[in-house]
Ligand binder design. Structure first.
Ligand code: PDD
Length: 279
């Protein structure tokens, strides 16, 4: 497996990062996950734009153009013989003797690009998952896609140990913010699609944006607003979206069974449409 690390292509088992890398020591890094499907990087521009935005929000920039990043990605998928999979891009602030403040440090951001292979094509139809809710313990800027993911990692793992496919974070008023690595949606009892607005409490998902556009094109009514547990209890369908789950139906939230525990036709259609959109 070939990877790209700090200006060089190198085999994955030789791809090392300094122990003084600020991403390693402080989570002082940002990242993106991009799907690759049969010659196409899904929503590529959106992901690269968000990567730049995340860097600018935490006060650094990368002196490598988007077209150079794309060239590196293309070489990696070619050399790694990837047909279906994902690309992981991480940029840390750089490497220097450990100190909290980076003021006046001579830092050069470190770009890492890895690929992950998926053996078969993404399935258009999947079973629904159960999710559980838990308090949102993250910092106050979850709209920045940083590698500081400890609350996400702990919540997801707790869920997995108990048979849940995702953890849904609840804000201090018990409204859903988002999943540990996904955005959350419901189709309410009037068949209106609802997802939380970009109020700074969630990541502006690139898949979320694509699904919003998809819905608008199909004249499906969408409202961006807070989702309560009561809304979930009475909803027709629920699902999560992300670059790794695309559209994944949710059939249970805590003890609440949605659509009699069956994957709804709307979620099914949306997943299929999203994947076909990217054929
Ligand atoms: N996570 N919210 C959170 C907290 C996320 O981590 C993600 C994605 C999303 C969905 O964003 P997008 O549609 O742009 O993938 C929402 C990626 C997949 C990850 O951390 O692996």
């Amino acid at each position: 497996m070939l990877s790209y690390i700090n200006n060089k292509f190198c085999p994955l088992d030789k791809a090392y990062i300094s122990v003084n890398d600020r991403g390693y020591q402080f989570g002082d890094a940002v990242y993106e996950v991009i799907l690759y499907k049969n010659g196409k990087f899904l929503d590529l521009e959106g992901h690269l734009n968000r990567l730049r935005k995340s860097m600018s929000r935490i006060d650094f920039e990368l002196n490598i153009s988007d077209s150079a990043i794309k060239t590196i990605m293309k070489r990696l998928v070619y050399e790694n013989d990837l047909q279906f999979g994902s690309i992981y891009i991480q940029v840390s602030r750089g490497e220097y003797s450990r100190d909290h403040s980076y003021f006046n440090m001579p830092l050069k951001p470190i770009l890492v690009i890895l690929t992950k292979k998926i053996k078969e094509n993404f399935k258009t139809s999947v079973p629904g998952i159960k999710v559980f809710t838990t308090s949102d313990m993250r910092w106050k800027n979850p709209d920045i896609k940083t590698t500081q993911l400890l609350p996400n990692v702990l919540a997801k793992t707790k869920g997995m140990k108990n048979g849940y496919g995702e953890a849904l974070f609840l804000d201090d008023k018990s409204y859903v913010t988002e999943g540990s690595s996904s955005n959350f949606w419901i189709l309410n009892k009037d068949n209106v699609l609802i997802t939380r607005s970009l109020d700074g409490k969630i990541l502006a998902g690139i898949t979320r944006e694509s699904i919003l556009n998809c819905a608008k094109e199909k004249n499906i009514k969408v409202i961006e607003k807070n989702i309560s547990l009561r809304d979930i209890q009475s909803c027709n369908e629920a699902f999560i979206t992300s670059a790794s789950s695309f559209v994944t139906p949710v059939v249970q939230v805590d003890g609440m069974i949605i659509n009699n525990g069956k994957v709804g036709s709307f979620s099914k259609l949306l997943r299929k449409t999203y994947l076909e959109l990217n054929e």
